[in-house]
Design a protein around this ligand. Structure first.
Ligand code: SAM
Length: 292
């Protein structure tokens, strides 16, 4: 029996043997703390019924623990140099498929249909490459796939934005867009010392689960994302100013915007960060309804 891939000694040995140095440009920081890997698997409540998508298997440390707990694992790794490494480290497991592709270019619904047996829960679990955390999260949410859970590690500062309450500093368009359709939890924080090489910032595990019953639902998800981003375009300006930035400043438009805000009892002088997620949804829908 080998020690876990993620043990510091084995990780270092693998990197040495393949003459690999972690690529900063690809966000390569390998987790070398088995305890933390186990916590991640537990936070995702992985069982033998589950199919798991992993983003960036690296040298396979997390992949190994996922394969032990899950039915099947499908990993997307962009770095071609890691393929022979993964082939070797993961050879004891017959339930892992590695795809050499940029996750941002992957067609997940198609790949899921191709590789996974139907009717099993699909979960996403990953130690994300930090340089593309936000685009990956946005892509996962816009794919319209019914992921049972998304449990991903990211820099703590971004995790705080996902989880932020209105009128706090980290609250912004990302908080609103994610919270509109998901419960956000931060099961635990991961110190930078858990990685080889160590990143400059601490990390957090974020768990996203789809909200089921909601009072207000955006009329159109894509439009909603654009609307919210527009509202936060100039954080320090008022909502009124930002709305003019989105919809224009003609007398007609202004009158219509005033009417919409009045209907919803929203003061045009508030700053965007003072609005709740529900208020954004209602506001976006009201604009949509009136064809603006
Ligand atoms: N899962 C490993 C672990 O926990 O030790 C490695 C995590 S490391 C933070 C991020 C991984 O994502 C690296 O292996 C990197 O090569 C890979 N990666 C970077 N950009 C990617 C992309 N666009 N698509 C897929 N994988 C990517």
């Amino acid at each position: 029996d080998y020690p876990a891939i993620a043990s510091p000694a084995r990780t270092q040995a693998i990197l040495n043997r393949y003459r690999l140095s972690a690529k900063k440009s690809l966000g390569q920081n390998f987790l070398t703390d088995l305890n933390i890997l186990n916590h991640i698997v537990e936070a995702a409540q992985i069982t033998k019924a589950d199919n798991v998508i992993e983003i960036g298997p690296g040298i396979g440390g997390l992949t190994e623990q996922l394969a032990k707990a899950a039915h099947q694992v499908l990993g997307f790794e962009i770095d071609q140099n890691l393929l022979p490494v993964l082939e070797e480290t993961l050879s004891p497991y017959d339930n892992i498929t590695i795809i050499n592709q940029d996750i941002l270019k992957a067609n997940l619904p198609e790949v899921i249909g191709q590789y996974f047996e139907p009717n099993r829960p699909v979960k996403v679990v990953a130690n994300l490459p930090y340089y593309i955390t936000t685009p990956i999260v946005m892509d996962l949410l816009s794919d319209q796939i019914d992921f049972e859970a998304i449990v991903v590690m990211m820099q703590k500062e971004v995790a705080d934005r996902l989880n932020a309450e209105p009128s706090t500093k980290p609250y912004g368009s990302l908080s609103v867009i994610v919270q509109e359709s998901n419960h956000v939890e931060i099961p635990f924080i991961v110190p930078r010392t858990a990685f080889i090489p160590q990143p400059k910032v601490d990390s957090a595990i974020v768990r996203l689960t789809k909200k089921t019953r909601k009072e207000s639902v955006p009329f159109d998800q894509k439009r909603f994302v654009g609307f919210v981003r527009g509202c936060f375009m100039h954080q320090r300006k008022t909502l009124w100013n930002n709305l003019q930035g989105i919809f224009g400043k003609t007398t007609e438009t202004k009158a219509e915007m005033k009417a919409i805000l009045a209907t919803l009892n929203i003061d045009p002088g508030v700053r965007p960060e003072q609005l709740t997620v529900d208020q954004f949804v209602m506001l976006g829908n009201e604009f949509h309804k009136r064809g603006i």
